[in-house]
Write a protein that binds this ligand. Sequence first.
Ligand SMILES: [Zn+2]
Length: 257
Amino acid sequence: MLIDTHCHLDFKDFDDDFEAVLKRSRDSGIKFIINVGSSLEGTDRSVKIARENEFIYAAIGIHPHEADKVSEDDLKIFAEFINKPKVVAIGEIGLDYYKNISSRENQKKLFIGLLETAKAVKLPLIIHNRDSNEDTIGILKDIMGESVRGVMHCFSGDEAFLKICLDMGFFISFTCNITYKNAARLREIVKLVPMDRLLLETDAPFLAPQNFRGKRNEPMHVRYAAEEVAKIKGIDFDEVAKVTAENATGLFKLPKC
Ligand SMILES: [Zn+2]
C-alpha cells in the first residue's frame, strides 16, 4: 500500500485519460493521493478533484512561479479555500531561485503572504525550495518559528541543508528522480534521512522514473521511488511502503490505512 503525497492531476496533461489514471493508481495499490494546488485555479480544481474522488485529498497553494501574477485580492480568495472539505495541507508554496520565473522580490512577498494565512490554521506545509535554501528557512523561521509541521517536497539540498530541515521538524519527500542514473548524490542524501521522516511522491506529471524518462509521470509510479528507497536503505519494499504511508497518514491526518 502506497500514498502519493504530491501530484498535479489538475494539470491538462491528464485531461484525456484522467479516469484511467485514477483506475491504474487504485489497481496498483495506491491508497491515497494528495493533489497539490500550484495556482489559484489549480487550487480550485484540486479541491474539486478531492470532493469527487474518495481516495484523493487536496493541498492548496500558489507556486512561486506564479508570484509576478498574484494580487492582494488573490490572496484573499486563496484564504477562502482553507475550510473546504478534504483540504489537508497548504502547498505548494516557497521559493524557486533556479528558474526565477517570477522576480525574487515577488516570490518572497507571496511566500510571506501565504505563510501569514497558513499560520492561523493548523495545516501542515508543503514547501517548494530550489536554490533558495537561505531565504526559505529565514522566512519560515521568521513567520512560523523554530519548528514547523510540514514537508520539504522533492528534496534537492545537501547534507547541511538536510540537517537544518530535520532539526526544524520537517519531513523529507523524494520523487522518482532518485531512480535517475545521474542521481548518485541524491541517493546519498536518501541514506541520511531517518525512515520516520521520509515521504514519497511522484510530482506527476513531472519527473517520470528512469525507465519512463521524457514521458508523463503518474501516481502509480510512486512504487519506483519506494523500490529505490528499499534498495538504498537495504530494507524490504513492504517496510518502505508501510512506514512512508504511516508517515503521510500522520502528517496529513488522513484516515488510518
Ligand atoms: Zn509539485
